[in-house]
Design a protein around this ligand. Structure first.
Ligand code: PNS
Length: 165
């Protein structure tokens, strides 16, 4: 079975992440979305909330693949998670050239740590190329309309939290 891990902060998940996930699910038998619990990188939502929001987003947007997509929170090295669950691929999205250097460095480092794990990149669809979680948070904070940018499950959360969040 071809198992891939799609790691990230997902704070929050955007339509760009969903697009990458959809395409990864078309290639791999099982995709594990791994939400980083990182005390050093202050996330707006705690990991449990992000996991729940992603699960709801998968049910909403990727229903036909939902039985092959799992969402977990993880701490520590991504390659250690891969070893624990028998995943041999890491999924990352590339929006633009600006993403490339950091992603290249991370892919090489992960390969150094775990030569059996390969990173597979999906080019984010053009309509999502400008999208980032941090921009979504900022737009929502100032009361802008993020409905075209995120799954409905996220919209509910951003709206619930109010503009001062
Ligand atoms: O969505 P992000 O913030 O770009 O995701 C970054 C993430 C979670 C993929 C990266 O920070 C990561 O893998 N962190 C886990 C710790 C780790 O394995 N670090 C070494 C990476 S070479």
């Amino acid at each position: 079975m071809r198992i891939a891990v799609y790691p990230g902060s997902f704070d929050p998940i955007t339509n760009g992440h969903v697009d990458v996930l959809r395409r990864a699910a078309a290639v791999f038998d099982r995709v594990v979305v791994a939400v980083l619990v990182n005390p050093r990188k202050a996330a707006v939502d705690d990991a449990e909330t992000r996991v729940e929001t992603i699960r709801a987003s998968v049910a909403e947007a990727l229903a036909e693949d939902a039985d092959r997509i799992e969402v977990v929170a993880f701490d520590g090295l991504t390659v250690d998670l891969c070893a624990r669950i028998g995943a041999r691929w890491l999924i990352r999205g590339l929006r633009a050239v600006a993403d490339f250097e950091a992603e290249l460095q991370m892919a090489h480092m992960n390969r150094k740590l775990a030569p059996q794990v390969d990173t597979v990149f999906f080019m984010t669809a053009l309509e999502h190329a400008y999208l980032s979680s941090s921009l979504v948070r900022e737009i929502a904070r100032f009361g802008g309309d993020v409905a075209p940018l995120v799954p409905t499950a996220v919209l509910g959360r951003l709206t619930d939290a109010g503009p001062d969040r």
